[in-house]
Design a protein around this ligand. Structure first.
Ligand SMILES: Nc1ncnc2c1ncn2[C@@H]1O[C@H](COP(=O)(O)OP(=O)(O)O)[C@@H](O)[C@H]1O
Ligand SMILES: [Mg+2]
Length: 412
């Protein structure tokens, strides 16, 4: 095995054997690379004979571009490719000598959860789990994974769940349940880009600029601190499981994007409260690709879709693709009026809408740098899903065009 070149900040972390290991920090601090290298090193070492690793992300198909790619890079970096069999077709990695396997699973739908629960190791025990972007999981998902790690282990092994994540919101369950807990089975590691000696200089410069222009954002993204709730626009929301509930009143909101994310949300209304049932968020995709994604995420075609009126060409393309796309009439101060309307009711967000959850937990009012008071304009960074939410509620806010759809129309 080649000599591993790791960031020093993770040394103690990699040696720790607590059941729950939290690797939290700012973006670009080297968390994912470190964990991938550490697991490849451990699973390449015959001392850990009998160990198997499960890698979890909320969405199963995001592994290919992230965790699988990181672990594959680590195999090269450590010079151990000859002992690993890497299968891209069904995303598995196997150590040819020890038979240790790395499994990749998701947990944001029932089928994925079943696949996760039904893993049977051909040899040894499933003792290690790496949950990447752990804030995207619901607490119940982590409980299911935790339950899998039980039973006697040979002396050389130990159970461990490593969760890597960037802090998203001070109100996130992971903070209260794990980060703030005094349970001795929890180990915490916190790093920032300043701990990563491999970070490219342009990235570091961008972060330094952000320190000046958006100090609160810098604290969260760059320094990886839990955001403060002060100045948040929305605190009237709850996470739950709502995606398969039936609603009489449905609506879809869309914010077009290419460089910025494209965001579409399926919303339901009941007794004056808003439910966010599904989201479809795409990056750098053409309209044809987005239309394909919308159907994959089961965004129904029979429901009016309210879109940014500044993009008539995109609206036309969506109509040609079969969606009832309509422009939202913008009036003066409509953003503020939509926010006020949303603040007056409860917003129930399905746990699978991970992008909206990230945005809403950080969406805050701009602070006047002279007076230190919050203004009544929101910061317009990372607000693509929020924009889709604002558009999607327009039929209800304007109290017209309430669309009733027959029961069961959601099960496309
Ligand atoms: N040990 C390492 N060796 C080489 N490059 C590294 C190492 N650790 C981090 N990097 C580089 O730093 C960048 C950020 O690392 P990453 O693991 O993606 O951070 P995070 O997961 O904290 O956002 C990546 O481009 C990665 O290649
Ligand atoms: Mg990462």
């Amino acid at each position: 095995m080649s000599e591993i070149v790791l960031n020093k900040a993770f040394k103690e972390c990699n040696e720790n054997r607590c059941r729950y290991k939290l690797v939290m920090g700012g973006a670009g601090s080297g968390k994912s690379t470190n964990v991938a290298m550490d697991y490849i090193a451990k699973l390449s070492n015959p001392m850990n004979y009998g160990a198997n690793l499960l890698v979890v992300r909320a969405s199963e198909h995001s592994h290919a571009q992230s965790t699988f790619a990181e672990l594959d890079k680590a195999i090269t970096a450590l010079g151990v490719r000859d002992i690993w069999e890497v299968r891209t077709s069904n995303l598995t990695m196997r150590n040819k000598y020890t038979d240790s396997v790395i499994y990749f699973r998701g947990c944001n739908d029932q089928r994925a959860l079943e696949r996760l629960k039904s893993i049977t190791c051909k040899s040894g025990k499933l003792c290690w789990v790496w949950i990447e972007e752990a804030t995207e999981l619901r607490q119940t998902d982590v409980d299911i994974i935790d339950d899998r790690l039980r039973g006697e282990l040979p002396e050389n092994l130990y159970y461990q769940i490593t969760m890597t994540f960037n802090p998203v919101s001070a109100t996130h369950w992971i903070k209260s349940v794990f980060w703030d807990s005094t349970d001795p089975n929890i180990y915490r590691c916190h790093t920032t880009y300043l701990d990563n000696k491999f970070i490219d200089p342009q990235y570091a410069e961008r972060m330094e600029r952000r320190k000046l222009t958006d100090p609160q954002g810098y604290k969260i993204y760059a320094l990886g601190e839990w955001g403060v709730t002060e100045g948040l626009v929305f605190e009237n929301w709850t996470i739950g499981n709502y995606s398969d509930k039936e609603f009489e009143n449905l609506s879809i909101g869309t914010d077009f994007g290419f460089n910025h994310a494209h965001a579409t949300l399926l919303l339901g209304e009941r007794d004056g409260d808003i439910y966010v049932l599904r989201e479809c968020v795409c990056h750098n995709m053409t309209k044809t690709e987005i239309l394909r994604e919308l159907s994959r995420y089961r965004i129904p075609k029979r429901i009016p879709m309210y879109c940014d009126s500044a993009e008539p060409a995109s609206i036309k393309e969506f109509r040609a693709g079969g969606y009832l796309a309509l422009p939202v009439e913008k009036e003066k101060n409509s953003v503020k009026a939509q926010i006020d309307w949303l603040k007056d009711r409860r917003i129930f967000i399905d746990g699978r809408c991970v992008n909206l959850l990230k945005e809403i937990g950080q969406y805050r009012w701009i602070m006047d740098t002279v007076t230190g008071e919050y203004t009544d304009s929101p910061v317009t960074i990372n607000d693509d899903c929020i924009a889709a939410l604002r558009y999607g509620i327009e039929p209800w806010r304007k109290n017209k065009g309430l669309k009733s759809i027959p029961k069961g129309a959601l099960s496309l």
